[in-house]
Design a protein around this ligand. Structure first.
Ligand code: MOS
Length: 734
């Protein structure tokens, strides 16, 4: 039967609430008697001790307390295990010791009756540093102090004889670097902590209410049942709100100490230091091929920076091992420990910088072979199986994506000679790259209630970080129940709902869609059972003989009735269906999404202006649930890739470890004026193995490959191979 709802372009379920201001973000929640926390951060990047003099602050109006390493109550470390759901952003809990590991680290916190009072008092806090040293804030500086460490989470991988390259092979050996980047959601990280006896309620901006609850329980040393985390609306996360950060712990602990609710909203500059970032990467790629474009060897060695207080690996090279048909391959990840805050997952972690290096190296190989880059991908990509897991892809529409992109872009008109395609004063550059992102699934439980008012309520403790989860869930329930969208309530972002997945790794849609469908059907079953019972509208009928259609039930020659009516007749508020995802799925396939980008840049050498003018993208991420939301995700992802390619860089001062660009004026991000003409095709083919409807995630694949396609286009326009992001005009005119 043709879908009634799935795949249609639909406005956001929560759009009206958001634009009318009815959607409360974490910091918007009115909480009686709330007090305000303001952090005091270290002004140096490394010191043996920071001692705090709060004398002035404590005497100021409205000040309720000042905490620091000398007086902060005991908190624990979390085991920090993803599988246990207690992962944290920074394993060192706030104020665990008096040492300074990075500039911007919280060394004290002031809580006062008003935000202004807290801020004024925070400015009077004197911090005396002893044993201050010049911090190491870059990979280069960190490596001067010691060898890079093995990355425990990303073991080295090899196959064949990656070191043996035939003498006559065509070889690319190049090193690519990417700078620290920062998520910069428009909604700042925010926590409001309120204790009710021994129960803690958190209004929190988080991508994972379930995990936040578990991690906070570990850090506070209390049972998770004593904590409720709410996060129904989130103004962007991009990975920066996946895990527990120090400000949340500070809010919870100071609220307990004061017996008053505490609100802690980060200042924009704190976003650059104490709430995660994408680490710096340095990646060496070595590709070897024969003259016909057959790959002989592939090596990808990645070093990424991490914090002295937290180990995070940017897994740049794992896709490289999986994707290409190189008989000999080796990939490795190493860490350089720097005096920076903890890095974390950001916008396709690993794959975004990894695909930049990998797909640029393939472009360099295509140039060296004098082969069209699309053709090189067709000859070298492993369309059948994942070489890392040694499993067939569950589905892989990359070949079709390459054909669509090349055709829609008009690639056949490309003259491969750099700088050869002119239009007036401008030189056109055309580049391409492959996009790929895992299609993981987590675990979820979903509750569907059919209520006597004729509406259905779907609840799950996952959350919508702005990416469209409310709408995806509403559409799926509407499809299975046959109810119009305005009869569906979706309740998300509350840890007391049935447990749902982290809003990370683009896995929510693939995880929840089959479970919502299952729970919806179970709710219909429950209704069938109820109406056949004594006093029911279909008393005496076999439940199996009753027909459900578009919210109405019929059978046995009796009148068709809406489910609201039949529930009212037996005085039931609701019937329920609950479902959970199968937790022991046999792994017979490797699940990924694939796609391709082609990009046009325009370089005007007379005025040194570089613009991305046009991009064509095709994505195979399985069945499309909400066409409008899915396109929106891919467009946004591509634009993030544009930011990565041309603009974004968190610049540190090597002398004191400060972030120089710690605001939205100096940290450049793409805006609407940077948006090229963007043509996105979604293959919209169900993945046959991922579960009912065959949907995969759309969140992160759009950014993968995007920076490489742009940089490859810049090479084609200018003849300059920029290997260090971002591409700044000064690098092109140097
Ligand atoms: Mo995504 S970086 O897993 O929020």
């Amino acid at each position: 039967m043709a879908a009634q709802f799935l795949g249609k372009p639909v406005n956001r379920y929560e759009g009206r609430a958001k634009v009318t201001g009815r959607a409360n973000y974490a910091a918007d929640n009115p909480v009686n008697g709330v007090t305000y926390a303001v952090g005091v951060v270290s002004s140096v990047g490394r010191a043996d001790r920071a001692d705090i003099d709060a004398g002035t602050a404590l005497g100021m109006p409205g000040v309720l307390g000042v905490w620091h390493a000398g007086n902060f109550p005991k908190v624990y470390r979390s085991p920090n295990e993803m599988s246990e759901g207690n992962k944290v952003g920074e394993v060192r809990p706030p104020f665990e010791d008096a040492r300074v590991y990075y500039a911007g680290q919280y060394v004290a916190v002031v809580v006062a009756e008003t935000f202004e009072q807290a801020r004024a008092a925070a400015r009077t806090i004197r911090v005396r540093h002893s044993g201050a040293k010049v911090p190491a804030v870059s990979i280069a500086a960190a490596l001067k102090e010691g060898e890079p460490a093995e990355a425990k989470d990303e073991p080295d991988q090899r196959r064949g004889k990656p070191d043996a390259v035939p003498r006559d092979a065509v070889v690319v050996d190049a090193t690519y670097t990417t700078p620290i980047e920062v998520h910069n959601p428009i909604e700042l990280h925010a926590s409001i902590a309120r204790w009710d006896g021994d129960h803690l309620e958190m209004h929190e901006s988080t991508q994972w209410v379930v995990g936040q609850r578990k991690a906070l329980a570990k850090v506070l040393g209390i049972p998770a049942e004593k904590i409720t985390v709410r996060s129904p609306y989130i103004g962007g996360g991009f990975g920066g709100k996946l895990f527990l950060w120090p400000h949340t712990v500070i809010a919870a602990v100071t609220a307990r100490e004061l017996g008053r609710p505490v609100k802690f909203v980060l200042e924009r500059r704190n976003e650059f230091t104490a709430a995660g970032h994408r680490p710096e990467t340095r990646q060496r790629l070595r590709l070897a091929a024969d003259r016909g474009g057959k790959l002989l060897g592939l090596r990808h060695e990645s070093i990424s920076s991490t914090s002295k207080v937290h180990e995070f690996v940017e897994s740049c090279a794992s896709g490289s091992f999986a994707f290409y048909d190189a008989p000999n391959a080796a990939v490795s990840h190493r860490l350089a420990f720097a005096n920076v805050g903890a890095p974390t997952a950001m916008r396709a972690p690993g794959a975004a910088p990894g695909s930049f290096a990998l797909e640029c190296a393939f472009d360099e190989l295509a140039v060296a072979l004098a082969m069209d880059p699309f053709e090189l991908r067709r000859r070298t990509f492993s369309f059948e199986k994942d070489h890392e897991k040694n499993l067939p892809w569950s589905s892989n529409g990359l070949k079709e994506c390459l054909d669509i992109v090349s055709r829609r872009f008009g690639w056949s008109r490309r003259n491969p000679e750099p700088g050869s395609m002119r239009e007036g004063d401008e030189i056109l550059g055309w580049g391409m790259a492959v996009a790929a992102w895992p299609s993981e699934q987590g675990d979820a439980e979903v509750l569907v209630q059919l209520r006597d008012d004729g509406t259905a309520r779907v609840s799950c403790a996952t959350q919508d970080i702005g990416t469209g989860t409310y709408t995806v869930i509403a559409l799926t329930a509407a499809e299975v129940l046959g109810l119009p969208l305005d009869k569906i309530d979706v309740a998300l972002g509350d840890s007391s709902y049935p447990p749902g997945p982290i809003s990370g790794g683009s896995m929510v849609t693939a995880t929840v869609v089959p479970v919502v469908a299952d729970a919806s059907r179970r709710a219909i079953e429950a209704l069938r059972r109820v109406v056949g019972k004594k006093g029911g509208a279909f008393e005496g009928q076999d439940p199996k003989s009753l027909q459900w259609r578009n919210g109405e039930i019929s059978g046995g020659g009796r009148r068709r009735l809406s489910f609201g009516e039949v529930l009212k007749a037996v005085n039931l508020a609701s019937v329920e269906g609950k479902a959970r995802s199968g937790s022991d799925k046999e792994k017979k396939f490797s699940f990924r999404s694939f796609g391709a980008h082609a990009v046009e840049v325009r370089w005007d050498p007379g005025i040194a202006r570089l613009r991305v003018s046009r991009a064509v993208t095709a994505i195979d991420a399985g069945r499309v649930i909400n066409r409008k939301g899915a396109l929106n995700q891919i467009e946004g992802g591509f634009l993030m890739g544009l930011g990565m390619a041309l603009l974004e860089e968190s610049v540190y001062d090597a002398r004191d470890g400060h972030v120089v660009t710690d605001n939205l004026a100096d940290y450049l991000m793409p805006v609407n004026a940077d948006m090229p003409e963007l043509d996105v095709t979604l293959l919209d083919k169900p993945d046959p193995h991922i579960g009912e409807f065959g949907a995969k995630g759309m969140g992160e694949i759009g950014i993968t490959g995007a920076a490489a396609a742009i940089v490859n286009a810049v090479y084609h326009a200018t003849g300059r191979r920029i290997r260090d992001l971002p591409v700044r005009i000064e690098k092109l005119i140097a």
